[in-house]
Design a protein around this ligand. Structure first.
Ligand SMILES: Cc1cc2nc3c(=O)[nH]c(=O)nc-3n(C[C@H](O)[C@H](O)[C@H](O)COP(=O)(O)OP(=O)(O)OC[C@H]3O[C@@H](n4cnc5c(N)ncnc54)[C@H](O)[C@@H]3O)c2cc1C
Length: 418
């Protein structure tokens, strides 16, 4: 079933053009071959090598088409080979892109490279752009973002213990990380390091620095891909053992690592939520399609059962609420207003809605819902993971309550109109 994308009367023409152009490629070039595009990852293919080669060729053809349509790398400025989109244009493109899992990579957006590219654009020197950003964008290099540690709470970035000490013109790095995504393929990592102790007079948020570490630097040990949801993964455990890199590998000023992480995550959360909306949209279409065609006891279609009608109505409500909340937050960010409370609210709400919508679609599809023949099982695991990545729900709930209480203590109340 193709994604039904029509011009939205309240959006400006540029956004509508981007959405329609993206939907055309998703509907005509990606959905019909979705089962083959990622075939190399499927088990039991007759000829694994042949299937993988065909999938690669297919992906290259689509990428070429995307480039010709001017839809390559929506997250990057034009001078770095991207589309140079505004925040809203990018957000609205994401909901269309996410309709087909993995499609974003065919448009040049591959996490964690995309987040690293944005940090390199914002914090990198011209030399770092040339050495790291350019090959990353051209696809000749891969990267990872190495922040979370097994021995410290990832939800509290100030607890990070990986230490970088300046010796002459070199940073010497020691630490233990895990869940560094894309760790097997990466050529370099952006590593979040503590560069000042707690006792240092610098501010609480000025004690971390992000440093570029080539994977082949002596002392970098990729211990393993940590299995995720019962499967092998490329989310790697890594030990940095007396790793030495030149001082010029640091990103931004010493102590700017915490701010860089906030810059990465803040806007990223809105984009991720628009992705979740696109995935929910797909799950909804799949659910309705199945309800209209599957016959059950007595020859009635599922759509005639009130339980199933309830699923359709509840999912409709969940998607609309999630989508409007995300767009509202995106508009707030674009207008320059303080969006922090809204970002925390949507970071909790949207993955929960995503989880519920996919759960219902799986239920309607029965066994097929959890099979690898449909994208629903992957979406379900993704939705669950979102509730702890990028700040777990509890941390965002605390932030919302703090922001609200601060205002009421100051003698003001909350203005839900702004
Ligand atoms: C698939 C996947 C990919 C990832 N990729 C990357 C990556 O590329 N790079 C990277 O650096 N990291 C990555 N991560 C790690 C992710 O960012 C962390 O898991 C996340 O920040 C949470 O940290 P933690 O796992 O240490 O949980 P913890 O911080 O230990 O939190 C565990 C739980 O404790 C509770 N909790 C925490 N704080 C509070 C509080 N203040 N009050 C009440 N309850 C609380 C919450 O329920 C929370 O879920 C990835 C994780 C996954 C699952």
């Amino acid at each position: 079933m193709p994604m039904n994308v029509k011009p939205v009367p309240t959006l400006d023409d540029s956004i509508n053009e981007i959405r329609l152009g993206t939907a055309e490629i998703i509907n005509k070039d990606i959905l019909p071959v979705e089962g083959k595009l990622w075939a190399a990852q499927a088990n039991g293919a007759n000829d694994q090598n042949k299937t993988a080669a065909e999938a690669k060729e297919l992906r290259a053809q689509i990428q070429e088409k995307v480039k010709k349509a001017g839809l390559w790398a929506p997250h990057l400025p034009k001078e770095f080979g991207g589309m140079g989109l505004t925040f809203m244009q990018h957000a609205f493109m994401n909901e269309v892109l996410a309709y087909s899992p993995g499609a974003a990579s065919l448009f040049g957006v591959v996490a964690p490279n995309s987040g690293n590219q944005k940090i390199l654009v914002q914090y990198g020197t011209p030399e770092q752009h040339e050495k790291w950003l350019k090959p990353l964008t051209e696809g000749t290099m891969q990267s990872g973002f190495s922040m979370t540690e097994p021995d410290n709470a990832g939800s509290d970035p100030r607890s990070i213990q990986t230490r970088a000490v300046l010796e002459g013109d070199e940073w010497v790095i020691n630490g233990h990380k895990w869940f560094t995504s894309n760790g097997h393929a990466a050529d370099f990592f952006i590593v979040m390091c503590r560069t000042a102790d707690d006792s240092d007079p610098s501010g609480n948020n000025d004690k971390m620095t992000q440093i570029i570490v080539p994977k082949n630097a002596p002392g970098v040990k990729v211990v393993r891909g940590v299995p995720v949801w019962g499967r092998e993964s490329s989310h790697c455990e890594i030990i940095y053992d007396n790793v030495r890199v030149p001082r010029e590998n640091q990103l931004g000023r010493t102590g700017s690592g915490h701010q860089a992480a906030q810059d990465r995550l803040g806007a990223g959360r809105v984009y991720h939520c628009m992705n979740s909306v696109g995935s929910m949209w797909r799950a909804f279409d799949l659910m309705v399609e199945r309800a209209m065609s599957r016959e059950v006891h007595g020859g009635e279609k599922l759509e005639e059962k009130q339980f199933i009608q309830g699923f359709i109505a509840d999912s409709y409500i969940d998607i609309q609420a999630a989508r409007l909340m995300t767009i509202h937050t995106a508009e707030k960010m674009e207008s320059g207003a303080d969006p922090r409370t809204d970002i925390s609210a949507l970071k909790i709400f949207v993955p929960e809605m995503y989880h519920r919508v996919v759960d219902r679609a799986i239920q309607v599809w029965g066994a097929a819902g959890v099979s690898g023949d449909l994208p629903l099982a992957g979406m379900y695991l993704g939705a669950r993971t979102l509730r702890l990545a990028d700040g777990p729900d509890e941390v965002h709930r605390i932030l919302i309550a703090k922001n609200v209480l601060r205002r009421y203590h100051a003698g003001e109340t909350w203005d839900f109109g702004n």
